[in-house]
Structures are given as C-alpha cells and as structure tokens.
Design a protein around this ligand. Structure first.
Ligand code: 5GP
Ligand code: ZN
Length: 295
C-alpha cells in the first residue's frame, strides 16, 4: 500500500466506480479530519443505510422537487407461473422486469433525510446535532469526473430555532472553507441552488438563491472542471413542517453541512497527484493523516 495509486477504477456503469485501498485510506483520513473539525460540538453519530422509506422521501418534498434524481427500488411481484414466461427474457435481454413493482424503499439521495424524520413529534428545547454518513444515489444523466451516481456523503446536521441554524450554518461554511484551504484546495464559496425539476424549477431556484439557503464550496477536480465538494445549507422550517417537530412552539428549523467524500478526495488527487503517500507532509496532516503516517 505504501505508494499505491489511489485513483478510482471505472466499472463500465457511468458514474459508478470501484475504489482501491489507497483511496479508502484517504477517505478514512477525511473522516478523521471532519470529526476533528466537529470535536467541540456534541454531535450524535449515526450510521445511515443506503435506502430510506419512500414515504419519508415523499414527505420531505424530495420526490416532488427532484423526480429526475430519485432511484426507486422495485422487486418482482408476480406469480411463479408468470415468472416462468419472463425467465427466458433474462437471457435474451428482453423485458423480464414487466412485473416489477415499486417498493416501500427508495435509494437515499442525501445522508440528512433520515435525521429529520427521526425528530417527528419532538419539541426541541435545545439544539440537537447529528453526524451521519451514507452511500447516496442520484440518477445523474451526465457523467464527468466527480459526477457520480453512487457516492458517499458525510453530513453534520442540526435542528433548533432560526437564529441557531443560521449562525451554525455560517460558522460551518467558514470552518469547512478554512479546512479545504489548509488542504491547499483554494475553495470558492458561492450561493447555490438545487436542481429542481420542471416548470417551477426557475422560480424555486431564484427563491433559494434570494434567501441564500444554500452555499457551495467549489474546487477544481480536473483541469478546467470545478465542482462543489461541500455545501452548507439552511432549510428554514421546511423539515419541521414536513415531519412535525417544533422549537419554542413553532415548526423547528434545520441546517446541514454536507461533504462529498469522493469529490474531496478527487480534488486532492488532482491537486497533489495520484499517490497520497508522496504528498507533502503538511498536506497529509491537514487532510487528517495521523502524524508519522507518511513514512
Ligand atoms: P447537495 O445535497 O448539496 O447537492 O450535495 C452535497 C454534497 O454531496 C455536494 O457538495 C457534493 O460534494 C456531493 N455530491 C452531490 N452530488 C454528487 C454527485 O453527483 N457526485 C459526487 N461525487 N458527489 C456529489
Ligand atoms: Zn443535508
């Protein structure tokens, strides 16, 4: 492993890669660095599975806003007799999935959704904080470096009142920017919007920008290609309304800071070369490598 090439390997499926051990080592170091950034706040750590109840995602408004990105999970719902007729089509490349039916789960598109759902019915007397990570899926139609359909997202999530969420988001935006700068990545911070779908998209995106709900930290991932490696968001009372949790009697407010782990790693590999063990010690330390890990 000492000097291994960390670059992801294509699988033949656009936006889906396999990751060598040296890449995973880098991701582990990023997790350590993020945990160190978060050390002075009492985050409750949660491991999140890569699927979520379809009803939760519907309730969160994700399906209505981003239907083009949702990966649904279907399974066979026919009889053995019907399957006997379909089975030969698997071999011939035919429509063997004619009887597949959508299930109660969908693929998770962002790590923070299960957190909001878990707060249902609560009155938050003080802010709550969660640190989560999940494999996420989005049905991206383009594939360029860093635009993945399956990717890992680490998130810091909080819920409380408006003043807390706004201050928290702003603090994290600064903190993540400083960390990325310390990794020599030169992040650009910009007001951003989400890829809303359909006739109302422009309206929602304009409102999201006007209210400065979303900031992205953008970094070069390949020559001439800049992408968001992290985002810092407030959602006002959107999830408090959707899931029925409150703060001081009003719908609770939420904020999240999301780290695209593959994208950060890809940006580092682009900036410092494909062999992490050859990076300058200062970069390794900033990224989160334990002291002395270089040699
Ligand atoms: P957001 O919820 O802000 O869209 O996504 C949070 C973070 O997840 C982004 O800043 C980015 O780092 C990562 N992310 C979002 N979409 C993709 C994607 O298609 N591919 C990869 N590799 N990361 C993504
Ligand atoms: Zn989030």
């Amino acid at each position: 492993l000492t000097d291994a090439d960390a670059r992801p390997l294509p699988t033949g499926a656009p936006g889906v890669f396999c990751y060598p051990e040296a890449f995973e080592q880098l991701l582990a170091e990023l997790r350590t660095a993020i945990a160190a950034l978060a050390a002075d706040e009492p985050f409750q750590r949660l491991a999140v599975p890569p699927v979520i109840a379809r009803s939760t995602l519907e309730r969160a408004g994700y399906v209505a806003s981003f239907p083009q990105l949702v990966g649904t999970v279907h399974s066979y719902a026919g009889t053995p007799r019907e399957w006997a007729a379909l089975a030969p089509l698997v071999v011939t490349g035919g429509d063997w999935h004619a009887h597949q039916r959508i299930g109660d789960l969908v693929l998770l598109p962002a790590a923070c959704y299960p957190v909001y759902a878990s707060l249902a019915g609560r009155e938050l007397t003080s802010p709550v904080r969660f640190a989560v990570e999940a494999s996420c899926f989005r049905q991206e139609v383009t594939s360029e470096t860093g635009r993945l359909r399956s990717f890992r997202m680490a998130e810091l999530v909080t819920a409380g009142d408006e003043a807390h969420c706004l201050a928290w988001r702003d603090r994290w935006l600064d903190r993540v920017g400083d960390w990325l700068t310390g990794c020599s990545l030169k992040p650009v911070v910009e007001v951003a919007d989400d890829p809303f779908f359909g006739a109302t998209a422009k309206l929602y995106q304009a409102a999201q920008r006007a209210q400065q709900l979303k900031y992205e930290l953008r970094v070069e991932l390949a020559d001439g290609l800049v992408q968001a490696v992290a985002s810092a968001n407030v959602h006002r009372d959107h999830f408090g309304e959707a899931f029925g949790f409150t703060s001081a009697g009003a719908p609770g407010q939420t904020a999240c800071t999301a780290f695209g782990l593959e994208r950060i790693a890809l940006a580092l590999l682009h900036a410092h070369g494909p062999h992490p063990r050859r990076w300058p010690a200062a970069v390794r330390a900033a990224v989160g490598a334990p002291a002395g890990a270089d040699r």
